[in-house]
Design a protein around this ligand. Structure first.
Ligand code: LMR
Length: 398
C-alpha cells in the first residue's frame, strides 16, 4: 500500500544533529545546527528566562487553550522588538501580529496566507538560503525561484545582479529577505544597499517577506531591524516572521511570531482574522508555556534589559570566536584569506570548504558542518577552537 511513498533522506541540518549525537569520537565538535552553546559547550538557560520561569508560580497549573493568535503579551513583544516600542505603525494599528510555533510556524502560516490570497505570486529566495524556506513555501503550493545573492569569488553580495533580477519580477511576487545575519552565508546587505533594494521592491510592487531569526546577534537589536523599519517608513506592505529560539535560547519551546504590516487599520483587522483562520486550519492555537516566558521577559523593563545584555553577551562571544579562529588559521594556512570570518555576521560563517572537505572534517575529526560549508561559529569555544583550526588547516592543505 505504501510502496509508492518516497524515501526521506533526512534533513541536511537536523540530520547532522542525529549523526553528531551518535558519534563516539570524544573530540567531536558540533558546528552544524544553528544553536548557541556557551564557552563550556552548554546550551544556556538565560538568567532572565530562569526568573520568568520562577514567576510562572505554579508550573502544573491548568492549561486552557490559548486564543488562535496566542497571548497578547507575546504578540506585543514581537511588535515592540521588530518595529520599535513607540513606532507610529503600531499606534496606527496597522500591524496584524500572531504568536506562532517558532519562526518556521510563522513562515508556514504566512506562506499559506499568501497562497490563499495571492495565488499568482511566486516566491523568490536568496541563492543560497536556509533550505527550509524553499520547503515551506513549496509545501504551501507556491512556486519558488532564486535571486542572485552570494558571490563565491568575492565573498560578498552580487548586488548589481540582485537589483537587476528584482527589476524583472512581477507585481505581487514575494521576495524572501534576511534583515540580518544571513543564513547560511553570514553576508548581509549594508543599510545603503537595503535602501536601494527596497526602492526596487516598491517600484515593482513586490511583496517583501522578511525572516528574522537572529535579531541581536548582528550589530544590535535596532540596527538588526533596519530593513524592517525602513520598509515600514517607506509605506511598504510587509510580512515579518521572527523567532525567539536563538535570542531567548528557547529552541524547543517553539516561540516566534508573524506580523503583517498593512496600509490601513481596517485591512490589518481583515488580515488578522485570516491569519487566525489559517492557524485554526493547521494547529488551532499555539502552546502556552513558551509564550508565557516571552510575555514575562519581554514586557518587564528590568528583565528586558537583562535579556538584551545576555543576547549581547552571546553575540560578543561569537565575535571573539571569529577573531580567534581567523588568527589561528592565518598562521596555520598562510596565503589563504580568512577575512570572511570577521566580516560575516551572526551565528554562521560560509567557509568556502568543498563538500569533500566538509565530509573529511566529519569522518576524520568528528567536526560537523553543513555540506554547503556553513559553520555555526557559536559551537566554537576555547577548548575546541585549536582542534577545529588544525583540522581545517589539514583538509585545506590537500
Ligand atoms: C539552522 O539553520 O541551523 C537553524 O535555523 C535550525 C534549523 O531548523 O534548521
Amino acid at each position: 500500500m505504501f510502496e509508492r511513498v518516497d524515501f526521506y533522506a533526512g534533513d541536511p541540518i537536523l540530520g547532522l544533529m542525529v549523526e553528531y549525537a551518535n558519534d563516539s569520537n570524544p573530540n567531536k565538535v558540533n558546528l552544524g545546527v544553528g544553536v548557541y552553546y556557551d564557552e563550556n559547550n552548554v546550551l544556556p538557560v538565560l538568567e532572565c528566562v530562569k526568573t520568568a520561569e520562577q514567576r510562572i508560580a505554579d508550573p502544573i497549573s491548568a492549561r486552557p487553550y490559548l486564543p488562535m493568535e496566542g497571548l497578547p503579551g507575546h504578540r506585543k513583544a514581537c511588535q515592540d522588538l521588530l518595529f520599535g516600542k513607540d513606532a507610529q505603525v503600531l499606534q496606527d494599528k496597522r500591524v496584524a501580529t500572531i504568536a506562532t510555533i517558532g519562526g518556521s510556524g510563522a513562515l508556514k502560516v504566512g506562506a499559506d496566507f499568501i497562497n490563499a490570497w495571492f495565488p499568482q505570486a511566486k516566491c523568490y529566495v536568496s541563492d543560497p538560503t536556509w533550505g527550509n524556506h524553499i520547503s515551506i513555501f513549496e509545501g504551501s503550493g507556491i512556486e519558488v525561484g532564486k535571486y542572485p545573492y552570494y558571490d563565491k569569488a568575492t565573498g560578498t553580495v552580487k548586488f548589481d545582479e540582485l537589483i537587476a533580477f528584482f527589476n524583472t519580477l512581477n507585481k505581487d511576487d514575494v521576495v524572501l529577505l534576511h534583515p540580518c545575519c544571513h543564513n547560511p552565508t553570514g553576508v548581509d546587505l549594508t543599510q545603503a544597499q537595503w535602501d536601494e533594494l527596497l526602492q526596487v521592491v516598491q517600484q515593482r510592487e513586490l511583496i517583501p517577506f522578511m525572516d528574522i531569526a537572529y535579531q541581536g546577534f548582528g550589530e544590535d537589536m535596532d540596527s538588526d531591524a533596519y530593513a524592517i523599519r525602513k520598509a515600514v517608513d517607506m509605506g511598504l506592505p510587509l510580512f515579518v516572521s521572527n523567532s525567539f529560539s536563538k535570542n531567548l535560547s528557547l529552541y524547543g519551546e517553539r516561540v516566534g511570531g508573524l506580523s503583517v504590516v498593512c496600509p490601513t487599520e481596517e485591512e490589518a483587522e481583515r488580515v488578522f482574522g485570516q491569519l487566525k483562520f489559517t492557524v485554526r486550519r493547521i494547529y488551532s492555537s499555539p502552546p502556552s508555556h513558551g509564550g508565557r516566558v516571552v510575555d514575562i521577559v519581554m514586557n518587564d523593563e528590568a528583565l528586558h534589559k537583562q535579556w538584551v545584555g545576555e543576547v549581547y553577551g552571546m553575540r560578543d562571544r561569537i565575535k571573539a570566536m571569529r577573531l580567534k579562529l581567523k588568527s589561528v588559521l592565518e598562521t596555520k594556512v598562510p596565503g589563504r584569506n580568512f577575512d570572511y570570518l570577521t566580516t560575516q555576521n551572526g551565528m554562521f560563517s560560509f567557509t568556502g570548504l568543498t563538500p569533500e572537505q566538509v565530509e573529511r572534517l566529519k569522518t576524520e575529526f568528528g567536526i560537523y558542518m553543513v555540506s554547503n560549508s556553513r559553520m555555526c561559529v557559536a559551537g566554537l569555544n576555547g577548548n575546541n577552537i585549536d582542534y577545529v583550526a588544525n583540522a581545517m588547516a589539514e583538509v585545506l592543505k590537500d
